[in-house]
Design a protein around this ligand. Sequence first.
Ligand SMILES: Cc1cc2nc3c(=O)[nH]c(=O)nc-3n(C[C@H](O)[C@H](O)[C@H](O)COP(=O)(O)OP(=O)(O)OC[C@H]3O[C@@H](n4cnc5c(N)ncnc54)[C@H](O)[C@@H]3O)c2cc1C
Length: 328
Amino acid sequence: MQILENEPMNKHTSFKVGGPARFFTKAESIEDLKTAMALAREKGLLYFILGNGTNLLVSDKGYDGVVVTLAGVFSAIEDLGNGVFNVGAAVPLGRFARTTLKQGYAGIHKLAGIPGTLGGAIYMNAGAYGQEIGNCCTAVSVLDGEGNIRELTASECGFGYRRSVFQKKLKTEIPGQAGDDKDYAEIPGQAGDGKDYAAILSAKFQLEQASAQGKSVEDLEAELAECMAKRKASQPLNRPNAGSTFKRLDTGAADTPTQIAPGYYIEQAGLKGFRIGGAEVSTLHANFIVNAGGATAKDILDLSEHVQNKVAEKFGIELKREIILLGF
Ligand SMILES: Cc1cc2nc3c(=O)[nH]c(=O)nc-3n(C[C@H](O)[C@H](O)[C@H](O)COP(=O)(O)OP(=O)(O)OC[C@H]3O[C@@H](n4cnc5c(N)ncnc54)[C@H](O)[C@@H]3O)c2cc1C
């Protein structure tokens, strides 16, 4: 297993920014993963499991720890029959969604345009167009901090809107992680009990045949095509970004009770196109920050904080970051 030193993280994040990871490695097996964790322990460092880096802002000074990506045994989709699938954490979410769509399964096909891995999707409870990965998930297999493999039921995973129990545990280990405790579901005896959720290994799903919903594969294809067209029309896909910067609100401001999209408030605050250094609030979608050329992580973070401050000033609304921070 190759261990790289000072690997530039701008090569591994969709924002195309981020300084070096002190150590960087690819785990192709559970043994590799344990070796990476042992390396971190031996050096007195933290470790971080990286998916596709599509929801991640890594600081300009980098990450003084061990970054681990998954491949090999974590890249398999096992079809266990009757709509049951066991999917490795490194599988691109789009591959899983399209594979099952072609077999006539509904439930996650609208997620095909999300550019992350299955592991990142479980961690974030990724979702789009009314579907969420947690909805069809029945169990998640994890490696804990003591090197044991454990299986959590879906209810133990604490899935909520862009939320899972894995965030709560990992947040306490990684200073600077996004969010705060009230963002996460409290699962007694699970999170924070000393048995770390070191890594998500795979997840099981139960999908339903589209025919049970009166739909054909062609209907699913058409629904997906519509979602992809909406993405293309509304998202700045030609510029490096990390998807939505802020989470949807629970409720809108008092005078606009139906507006729960952060982009609405950002636009109303006159921030579309606003720039700090090379970071820009997208002119196409105000809840996206793009690297308009030469942005640093600091530019992006400063811009996101500026947006939070302006929206709070104008509407009294607190925007919560969806993007995960590393190394700040
Ligand atoms: C153009 C664009 C569009 C997007 N659209 C959407 C959308 O519609 N809906 C949506 O929800 N998101 C969207 N996103 C955001 C992002 O793609 C998702 O959050 C995705 O699930 C992140 O997956 P990732 O593999 O890239 O995770 P990363 O960004 O690599 O990591 C995110 C977090 O997950 C953790 N993680 C990843 N893998 C594991 C693992 N195996 N074990 C433990 N922890 C792990 C990381 O440690 C990190 O804390 C979009 C992003 C972009 C760039």
